[in-house]
Every structure is written in structure tokens, then in C-alpha cells.
Design a protein around this ligand. Sequence first.
Ligand SMILES: [Zn+2]
Length: 447
Amino acid sequence: MEIEIATIGGYEEVGRQMTAVRAGDDIVVFDMGLNLSKVLIHDNVQTERMHSLDLIDMGAIPDDRVMSDLEGDVKAIVPTHGHLDHIGAISKLAHRYDAPIVASPFTLELVKEEIQDEDKFEVGNDLVEMDAGETMSIGDKNELEFVNVTHSIIDAINPVLHTPEGAIVYGLDKRMDHTPVIGDPIDMKRFREIGREDNGVLCYIEDCTNANKKGRTPSESVARSHLRDVMRSLEDYDGGIVATTFSSHIARVTSLVEFAEEIGREPVLLGRSMEKYSGTAERIGAVEFPDDLGMYGHRQSVDRAFERIMNEGKENFLPVVTGHQGEPRAMLTRMGRGETPYQIDDGDKVIFSARVIPEPTNEGQRYQSEKLLGMQGARIYDDVHVSGHLRKEGHYEMLDALQPQHVIPAHQDMAGFSGYVDLASSEGYKLGRDLHVTSNGNTIQLV
Ligand SMILES: [Zn+2]
């Protein structure tokens, strides 16, 4: 059987991930993501109304025209998890393929919301829910399996396409977490089995986000203790405390909610995406928040919540808000500019349970946001966080578990691949032979 991989997007950047695997006549597409920084750099771009081709020209979504080079039928579109760089282009591209979108429950809910928000295209693909540990047939000869992994969003999986020539393991995105705060640990046992069964692993496509970093990415439970330590130290502070994190990071939001109550404060989730992700997670039963937890997204209801906080005394509350990257329109930035009813006073605390995504736009915006907050007297707790991506030692462990014949680094630019090339080379892989560094829009014939 012929096996071919098309590296469509996310091989020159972190963002707009998309990869297609052709096994005989069957094609499976993994991820259809957005490169948000290519959108945000323009003022007031509303992607909901934009045409795919314009977004492709902007570099915001994958250029899927290379798909016409693959001879076969797309049988499934498989987003690995709910981050926008993996699902954000589904509403722009999926309708071009006569195939179902297959995803884990939380991911599928977020995909539904993306499709509902879309103004330009009707996306009528079937939506199929599949849990980690389950499989489905792809044509007569291939099978798709979801393996549970751990990442900075719940319900992340690594899809595996079992073919007669061996397994194709699509390894985006994960860290190796044996004590995640929500959900099951990463299923390393299954990865080891797949590495040793039948024809083994023909190809492994890997998330290289942190491949240049030594050591091991800590577990979410480490971030949780760090956060608890910070918050317990503020137990006696009788002024304002505000926290921010990734809205989609449900495990972290849960910890913030829990520790707020531990130190006698009422948590309130504020901001459009805070309401969206936590509301979705609660609705599908992925998480249980306190019954009376306030979540407000719309500008007016957020301002009303802030007014209540100010009236009842801000020492009784923990607002958990959007704006961890200093995004100009997010809640924390608005608070820094004094545009909300929430008054920041000298000595008030702001906890960033996130790190700055190392990219000039983010770094500049975050700098500005911190300066604004500082001018009002806020004191900053930075980087109460762990990454969702494997570092070097995790990559070694994955290669050891899977023992793939071919490896394709992804989810980075050329500089970002270098650390992975070094470590894969030290494991006996050879660039150009079985270690394929590539760029967007290429195909690699494996069999
Ligand atoms: Zn991700």
C-alpha cells in the first residue's frame, strides 16, 4: 500500500496546523488550525466573514491546495484538541471535503461553536464523537485510533492511523503528565504497545514546540502546587487580587476557583472566552464548578459583576479574567487602562498563571499591560505555570516507546526544529533518510 504524508500547515510556524496522511485510497486529515498572530496583527479583522483564499493569503489558515496532489478520498478530519491553532480553520476549510469531523467530546463541542460562529460558509460535515481508547474503520484496510494524551487543554488525544504498512502516529500536542489535575494520565502503555505490534510505527509526526529545551516538562500538579503556594501566601491580604490564565486551560481555571474559596474569596470568571470555555466544559460534564460560580462574557454583564465586587468589597472576591498575553481588548488590559468599574489600588496583586508566548507581538503587549497595571500600583506574580509541550527528555521517551521508522518534526519553524534534529540524530535517525525536516505544502512518500 502506498503511504504518503502531506505537510500542509504548521511546518514553518507554531499555528495553522494541518497534515494529511494518504494510505492507499484513503486520506485522513489531522488538524485544521488558525495562526492567530497573523490575524491579530491587522486591526479589526473579522475572520468570521472572510473567504478562505484571503485567509490563506494572509498566512492565517493552511494552504490546502496541495490536497489536490493526493490521489484518494478524504475519509475523516481529525482535530487533536480544542486549541485554535488546531481547530480554528475547520469553519473555513472542512466544507470542501465530504468527510466527517471526528473528535473527542470537548474538542467536538468547541468545533461546533466555531461552526456556529462562522458567517461565510455553511459547514455541514457530520460531527462524530470518539473517546480516547476507541477506534473506527477508515476504508477497508485502515483503522483510526485515539490515544489519550495530556496537554494544557482537557480531552487531548494523539490519533493513530493503523495501516497494513505500520502505524502513523500524529503526535501533536502533548506533555507527559502522569498526575494531571483533570482527566487520565498520558497512555504511555498504549504507545509502547503500538511501537511493538505488527509492523510497528511507520511514521511519527512530532510536536517540537519545546524541543530546544532541556529536561522534562513538569506535571500540571506542579503548577497547581505553585499556584496554591502563591494564593495561600495572600490569605491575609485585604485588598484586591486578580488572576489570569488561558481560558481554555480548564484544569488551571478549576485550581484557581478552588484556591479562591480556600482563602475565603468568591471566584468570578470574567471575559468572553473565559465564559465560553468554562461554560462549555461544565455543560458537557467535563468539570464540576460550584453551583453559584459566576461566569460573565458580555461587556455589560462583566461591568455589572465588577460593580458588585466593588460594592461588596473586592477583598471578598477573586476575579479570574482574560488578558494573560496583554491582548489589547481583553479584560485585564482594560482593567489596567482603568476602563472597568474595578479599582486597582496600591499593593493589589495580579497573578499571571501563564507565561508570555515568546513572540514579539505578545511580548510587547504583555509589557504594556504590566506597565499599565503597575502604574495603578499593582504587584505582579509572573509565570505561575507549566508548559503543555514536551521538552527533550519527553521526546526521547516517545522515540523509545514508539521506535518509529520515520520521524517528521512539526509545530515549529526551522530554528525550532534544530533541537529535535539533534536529539533524533543522536538516536540514530539521519536527516534526509528517515528524519524528514520539511516545510508547508510538501508531500513525503514513505511507501
Ligand atoms: Zn495545543
